[in-house]
Write a protein that binds this ligand. Structure first.
Ligand SMILES: CC(C)(COP(=O)(O)OP(=O)(O)OC[C@H]1O[C@@H](n2cnc3c(N)ncnc32)[C@H](O)[C@@H]1OP(=O)(O)O)[C@@H](O)C(=O)NCCC(=O)NCCS
Length: 247
C-alpha cells in the first residue's frame, strides 16, 4: 500500500489504456487524483505480485465504477483505491480476502456536512473517541466509505446501513465496528490531518505488526512532498482508552 502526490512523472506508470482514459479527463484535479490513485494501486499490486513493470497492468472502472485490475500475472488479485487532494492510497489483495480502503483529509470546511451524516449513536462514538471532534467524525466517515467500497456499492447505498456502532483499540489502529455488517470491521489510522481506513473481515488480523507504522511512514512521506518546505507533520499518539459501544 502506498500513496503518491501527482506529478507529471506519475504518468510513466500508466498502461496504454489508462493513458487514453487520462487524456479524456478534462479537469486537472480529476487527472491529478486519477494519477495518484493509479500510482498507489500499481505500487500495491506490483509489490503483492512481485512484478517489476507497472505499465503491463491496468486498473479500469467496472460497471459500478469500482476499480477492476487487469493484465498478465494479476489473476485472483484485486485492488481498492482512494484519493484525496492529490494523495492516493491503495490496497491490493487476494480476491478470497477482499478489502476496501478510504483516505480523507480532516477538512474544517466539511465539518458541517460530516456532522450531518452522523447518526445519534455515531455522535456518541465521536464524542468518546480520544480524537479531536472533526478527526473523529472523519474517522467514522472513512470507515463508512471503506465499507461502501468493500461492498462495491459506493454511496448509492442507504447510508444508515453503513452505520458505525462501536470502537476500540486494535494494535496501533482504531477499530470501528459496523452495526449492520458484523462480519466486517474498519481499521483506521490517523496521520497528521489525514485519516486512512481499511474495511476487512472482522476476524482477520493484520499480520505485520509494523504495517501501521509503514503506512504512516508512506503517508508522511507523501504528505511531506505535498507540503511547503519546512511544514511539520505529526502522528497523534494513540491513547489506550477503554472501548465504547452504543447500545
Ligand atoms: C465510491 C465512492 C464512495 C468514492 O468516494 P470519493 O470520496 O468520491 O472518492 P475516493 O477517492 O474515496 O475513491 C475513489 C475511488 O473509489 C473507487 N470506486 C468508485 N466506485 C466504487 C465502487 N462502487 N466500489 C468500490 N470502489 C469504487 C474508484 O477506484 C475511485 O477512483 P477512480 O475513479 O480514480 O478509479 C463514491 O464516489 C461513490 O459512491 N460512487 C458511486 C459510483 C458513482 O456513481 N460514481 C459516479 C462517478 S461518474
Amino acid at each position: 500500500m502506498s500513496g503518491y502526490s501527482a506529478t507529471s512523472a506519475d504518468a510513466a506508470v500508466l498502461h496504454r489504456r489508462e493513458r487514453h482514459r487520462l487524456l479524456r479527463m478534462r479537469h486537472e484535479r480529476r487527472r491529478a487524483d486519477y494519477l495518484a490513485g493509479r500510482r498507489a494501486a500499481k505500487a500495491a499490486v506490483t509489490q503483492l505480485c512481485g512484478m517489476a513493470d507497472p505499465t503491463t497492468i491496468w486498473v479500469e472502472p467496472g460497471a459500478l465504477h469500482q476499480p477492476v485490475l487487469g493484465g498478465p500475472g494479476t489473476d485472483g488479485v484485486a485492488v481498492s483505491l482512494a484519493h484525496s487532494q492529490h494523495l492516493g492510497a491503495a490496497v491490493a489483495f487476494d480476491v478470497a480476502h477482499p478489502v476496501g480502503i478510504d483516505l480523507e483529509r480532516v477538512d474544517p470546511a466539511r465539518a458541517g456536512i460530516l456532522q450531518s451524516t452522523l447518526t445519534p449513536g455515531e455522535r456518541e462514538i465521536t464524542a468518546g473517541l480520544p480524537l479531536a471532534a472533526l478527526t473523529a467524525a472523519t474517522a467514522v466517515w472513512t470507515a463508512k466509505e471503506a465499507l461502501a467500497k468493500f461492498l462495491r456499492v459506493g454511496l448509492s447505498i442507504d447510508l444508515s446501513l453503513l452505520e458505525v456502532a462501536s470502537w476500540r483499540i486494535e494494535g496501533e489502529w482504531w477499530r470501528l465496528e459496523y452495526r449492520h455488517v458484523v462480519s466486517l470491521k474498519a481499521l483506521v489510522l490517523v496521520v497528521d490531518d489525514w485519516v486512512l481506513a481499511l474495511c476487512l473481515p472482522a476476524r482477520s488480523t493484520v499480520s505485520t505488526p509494523e504495517l501501521s507504522h509503514s503506512l504512516a511512514a508512506a503517508l508522511l512521506d507523501d504528505i511531506s512532498r505535498a507540503l511547503p518546505p519546512g511544514a511539520a507533520v505529526r502522528v497523534p499518539a494513540v491513547d489506550r482508552p477503554t472501548e465504547r459501544k452504543w447500545p
